[in-house]
Design a protein around this ligand. Sequence first.
Ligand code: GAP
Length: 478
Amino acid sequence: MTFEDVVELSKRRGFFWPSYSIYGGSSGFYDYGPLGSVMKDNIINAWKRAYAAEGAVFVDTPVISPGEVFRASGHLEKFSDIAVKCSNCKTAYKFESLLKNLDIKEMAENTDQADSILLKYRIKCPKCGSPLNNSYNFNLMFRIENEFLYLRPETAQGIFVNFKNLLNYSRSVLPLIVCQVGKGFRNEISPRQALIRMREFTQAEVEVFYDNADSFSPDSIKNGPALNLLRNNGESLNISAFEALSSGVVNSPAMAYFINKTFMFLSSLGLDPAAIRAREHSPEERAHYSSETWDFEFFMDSEWIEIVGISDRNSYDLSRHRDASGQDMSVNGSIPHVIEPSHGVDRIFLSIMNGCYYRRENGYKVLKLRPEISPVHFAVFPLQRKDGLDSTARDMFTALKAIDPFIFYDESGTIGRRYARQDEIGTSFCITVDYQTRDDGTVTVRERDSSKQKRVDFRVLLEMARNYPASFTALFVE
Ligand code: GAP
């Protein structure tokens, strides 16, 4: 399915849609609807579980921070994109996107280089055709008017400025893994493709503080899966993170550990491993704080899209906050090292929608969501709206809902249409009450992907619902 198909489905069935549409919309802002908001929470909960299993702790810090924080972190000075504004129609463009759309492979590190490239290729405004010149640096942070306060462009700084509190909490034991999920804000020059580049978005960030190279033993990832790696010299590999470390493709055991972890996490969400790759940044592309970065990208609609960035931030942030605040940030005499897997929740969400949406041979559309991610776990239908089947189905729906509230009831249209409506939103299991139910108390359970049906006693089904999804998945294992 195309990107447009996903956007159409999302709007029609309540996953996401552009914000403020009654006022004509506002570029770069999206709302999650009734199904999307639950699904987004399911993704976040899966991420929390994956990192709680690593012994991580979680924090929740303000989205507004004093300018001092971003002066120290380098964001005031360096968190900018090169932009070009058409002097005729006044449309502003992100320079990098302009080059990408024209398939120009060159990169500019500063506005002088950008101006030369504009001249060299005689680049024109895509909207009105006027020649483009005079690029400028555009800081991506939103400032609160008349105050030295900013909306955070990443959640990470809320963790770094709390390092001493967190160290105290963890009794100074390293490695210390601290996570935060929350909104980030960037005044993107050209927001695009729905959830891909927004001005307000959700990050799930992990800051891993450690003090020696042995903290993440390579042995623990020895049996890890092979994954697609694209090095910054253009070489493509399909090897495990362990092999990437052993052969010097990846620089540190910690980086290898979190490349392996991120790949396993993304695969566990139902993303096709073959459509995932980790791409190494070139030195020019890296953020100002990073000494090594690997972006996890997902292939959607003929384009690789970054969904998670893993950076080696070494001791950059803690040293800068130590210097700016005068507070000691050391542990046993040295400043800890930091590896940061930073997840873009919205982009992961969109990747799942994109990767899971397909058309069956009969033309019906299906959203093949993993049961853990599906916003609706079960749908209950009466086969007919007569002969007491509807009242029995409603009673069963009420009983199931008391155990698992992520459930839907539908009695309108043919049974085929009802299955199709649920398949399209990714409901994992449909439960149908039919004439046999009146005789023996059994119902049919239909699994979305195989369309297979099993008869189950409703009392057994109630017990199974307490153990969703494992009990239901097991029912369909041959
Ligand atoms: N703390 C590191 C950091 O913020 P980043 O690569 O700038 O690194 C991390 O962002 C992730 O956040 C990206 O991989 C992407 O998935 C997501 N992200 C960044 N900017 C975004 C935007 N404007 N809209 C949606 N997601 C965005």
